[in-house]
Write a protein that binds this ligand. Sequence first.
Ligand SMILES: Nc1ncnc2c1ncn2[C@@H]1O[C@H](COP(=O)(O)OP(=O)(O)O)[C@@H](O)[C@H]1O
Ligand SMILES: [Mg+2]
Length: 239
Amino acid sequence: MDHEALILALQRGKLQLEGQFAAGSNTTFLARISANGETLRVVYKPTRGERPLWDFPTGTLTRREVAAYQVSRLLGWELVPPTVLRRAGPAGGGSVQLFIPHNPEDHFFNFSLADQERLRPVVLLDALINNADRKSGHIFLDAERHIWLIDHGLCFHREDKLRTVLWLFAGTPIPPELLSSLSCFVEQLNPTAPAWLALKKLLRPAEIRAMLRRAQALLAVPVFPMPPTTRRPFPWPPV
Ligand SMILES: Nc1ncnc2c1ncn2[C@@H]1O[C@H](COP(=O)(O)OP(=O)(O)O)[C@@H](O)[C@H]1O
Ligand SMILES: [Mg+2]
């Protein structure tokens, strides 16, 4: 299935629940989607299953999941599995993300040094989307050792909220090839561009503008962010 067909299948294919994840703070289902004679495994988060939080408006987390996928794609880094918003589902509208088979024991805290070295784009993505909850267990490898990232409900806040286990590059230079992806990203994001219009359906304009400011700040001073000293820099629990 090509990318376009995959996105359409996630949006419109017939969705059947298979089970529910016990871990996690929001209602999250494992489900199956059938489309064009193929079956896909997906993770379905109904918007009405979101647990209310004090700092993020309720009912916006599933949109943030989709926005994180779109930003990862605009950067040209295949880090977030394809994720869409679905209007309807067995538990109502919500986000649907391709399920990535993986060994749950094989996450960042167990990465080899060589795999850790591949994490710079991840750190940059999290700085850009202002990820307030980058846990180790949500950075994992598939059978081909491709790095995948999941769980992006707590991203894109206007205020700085970066909380992550990934401070390993703090204060070191951002490599030039990542900076050029970042400049391309910034060029694609102006209020008349398709990328902006797509993100506007998912985030508030002020949240998109805040992301652009973070991108411009990273381009102006191209070093990976340092941990904050005035708030907790790590998510809890860290895995
Ligand atoms: N795309 C995915 N591929 C494989 N497993 C996933 C995927 N998305 C979520 N999961 C599994 O579902 C669990 C709950 O998802 P998570 O995004 O952490 O939910 P929550 O919104 O409650 O934080 C994860 O810990 C992981 O085991
Ligand atoms: Mg979570």
